[in-house]
Design a binder for this molecule. Structure first.
Ligand code: NAD
Ligand code: FES
Length: 296
C-alpha cells in the first residue's frame, strides 16, 4: 500500500497528491510516469510524475478526474492509500540527461505547458534549473482559476503565463505567446517541449515548425493501461508504429501523426470502436510484454 501524505485541490477539478513511494522516488527521472490503482478492483491509471523527493521517498502526482477511477482518486484524503503505485515507467526525457549536459547548456529551451499538462513539465524545468540551465516556460490555462504551479515555476524558469480569456497574464492561447516571443520580442529557441491536450500539442508543433524549432511532445493522453498490452497508445511517428507507454511518452512532435492519434483516441473509447481498430490493425498491443508472445 502507498500512503498519501498530502492531498489538495489545486484548482477546480485539478488535484495534487504527495505519495509515499520510496522505490519509485529513488529511480525516477523527469518524463517518466507511474501507474496508480485506488483499490483491488480499480482501473490502472497512468500519470506522469510531477515531482519527486528522493530523500523523503515521495512522488507528487497531479490529475484531473475525468472518469470513475480518477474520481475515486479525487475522493482519497491524506492518510489513505493507493493499492498500487508502480513505476517509474516509460523513457525519461531526453533533455534531462547528465551525460548530455554540456550540449544542452548551450541551447535556448522553451517549455510550453497547457492546463493539467503543466504538471509533467515541472520536473523537467526544475531538473534543468538544478543543473544550471534556466529555460523559458509558457503556462496556458483557460482562465485565471485554472493556472496551476505558477509559484513553483517562477522559482526555476523565466515564466510567461497566458489565459484564453485574458483574465490573468497574457491573453490568448499558448501558440500566440510562442509567436509573440519570437516575432515581437526577438526570442530565439533551439529546442521546445510542449505538453498538454493533444490539440494544443498539435498546434504548438505547427507553430514551432514554421520557426524551425525542434519540438518534443508527451503522448501520455492516449495511454490506457500503460503497460504495452492494451494497444490504445499506438501512434505513427515518422510513419513508424510506436507505443507511447513503452517507446515514449515523449516523441518528436514534428513527426507525430496527431490527427491519426486523436481519431484513434476517440474510437478507442467505445467497444465498437475497439473492435473496428482490432479489425483494421490486427492485435495492436505492443508485444514483448512477456504475456503475449509478441515480438515487436
Ligand atoms: P485546456 O483545454 O484548458 O487547454 C490548456 C491550454 O492549451 C489552453 O489554455 C491553451 O493555451 C492551449 N490550447 C488548447 N487548445 C489549443 C489550440 N487549439 N491551439 C493552441 N493552444 C491550445 O487543457 P486541460 O483541460 O487542462 O487539459 C486536459 C487535457 O490535458 C487532457 O486531455 C489530458 O489528457 C491532457 N494532459 C496531457 C498530458 C501530457 O502528458 N501530454 C498530461 C496531463 C494532461
Ligand atoms: Fe496500453 Fe500503451 S497504454 S499499450
Amino acid at each position: 500500500m502507498y500512503k498519501i501524505l498530502e492531498a489538495e485541490k489545486l484548482a477546480n477539478n485539478i488535484y495534487r497528491m504527495v505519495v509515499e513511494a520510496p522505490r519509485v522516488a529513488r529511480r525516477c527521472l523527469p518524463g517518466q510516469f507511474i501507474i496508480a490503482k485506488a483499490d483491488e478492483k480499480g482501473e490502472r491509471i497512468p500519470l506522469t510524475i510531477c515531482d519527486y523527493d528522493r530523500e523523503a521517498g515521495t512522488i507528487t502526482i497531479v490529475f484531473m478526474p475525468i472518469g470513475v477511477s480518477t474520481m475515486k482518486f479525487a475522493a482519497l484524503k491524506a492518510g489513505d492509500c493507493f493499492q498500487d503505485f508502480v513505476g517509474p515507467l516509460g523513457q525519461p526525457s531526453d533533455l534531462c540527461r547528465e551525460e548530455a549536459l554540456d550540449e544542452i547548456r548551450g541551447k535556448k529551451i522553451l517549455f510550453v505547458a497547457g492546463g493539467v499538462g503543466t504538471a509533467p513539465v515541472y520536473p523537467q524545468v526544475k531538473w534543468l534549473h538544478e543543473h544550471g540551465i534556466t529555460a523559458d516556460a509558457i503556462i496556458g490555462a483557460k482562465t485565471k482559476d485554472l493556472v496551476i504551479l505558477e509559484d513553483q515555476f517562477r522559482e526555476v524558469c523565466n515564466l510567461y503565463v497566458t489565459t484564453d480569456d485574458g483574465s490573468y497574464g497574457r491573453s490568448g492561447m499558448v501558440t500566440k505567446v510562442i509567436e509573440d516571443l519570437v516575432d515581437k520580442e526577438g526570442k530565439t529557441y533551439d529546442h521546445c517541449v510542449a505538453i498538454g491536450p493533444m490539440i494544443m500539442m498539435k498546434f504548438c508543433c505547427l507553430t514551432t515548425k514554421k520557426y524551425g524549432i525542434p519540438t518534443v511532445v508527451s503522448m501520455n493522453p492516449i495511454m490506457v493501461d500503460g503497460t504495452g498490452m492494451c494497444g490504445a497508445c499506438r501512434i505513427l511517428v515518422g510513419g513508424e508504429v510506436k507505443f507511447a507507454c513503452v517507446d515514449g511518452p515523449e516523441f518528436d512532435g514534428h513527426l507525430v501523426d496527431f490527427d491519426g492519434a486523436m481519431k484513434r483516441q476517440t474510437l478507442y473509447k467505445t467497444e465498437e470502436g475497439r473492435r473496428l481498430l482490432a479489425y483494421q490493425e490486427g492485435e495492436t498491443h505492443h508485444g514483448g510484454c512477456g504475456n503475449c508472445g509478441g515480438d515487436s
